[in-house]
Write a protein that binds this ligand. Structure first.
Ligand code: ZN
Length: 89
């Protein structure tokens, strides 16, 4: 087992934990996320390969959201008034 890089006392153990983050104002929970946890200071580092996959999925979601936003028709903006449309005082 590896020694904890944070406290230099504990040993790192692989565990499955919940990963929680916020995405577009919604809480996202990824259960059973592989992580490395120190048995002394509880320092936690998520598995970098797994997190790469999570970030890829988030990026794909954001790209889909942007495409959906662009595809929506925009509301018609009010026609700007011309100076000739204004009534004389
Ligand atoms: Zn530690």
């Amino acid at each position: 087992m590896n020694i904890c890089p944070h406290c230099h006392i504990g040993r790192i153990q692989r565990q499955e934990v919940n990963y929680v983050c916020w995405l577009d104002g919604h809480m996202m929970l990824v259960p059973r996320t592989p992580a490395y946890v120190c048995d002394v200071c509880d320092n936690l580092e998520y598995d970098p390969d797994f997190m790469l996959g999570v970030r890829y999925l988030i990026h794909q979601h954001e790209a889909t959201q942007k495409q959906t936003t662009r595809a929506r028709p925009k509301k018609a903006a009010g026609k700007p008034a011309k100076s000739s449309d204004l009534a004389p005082l």
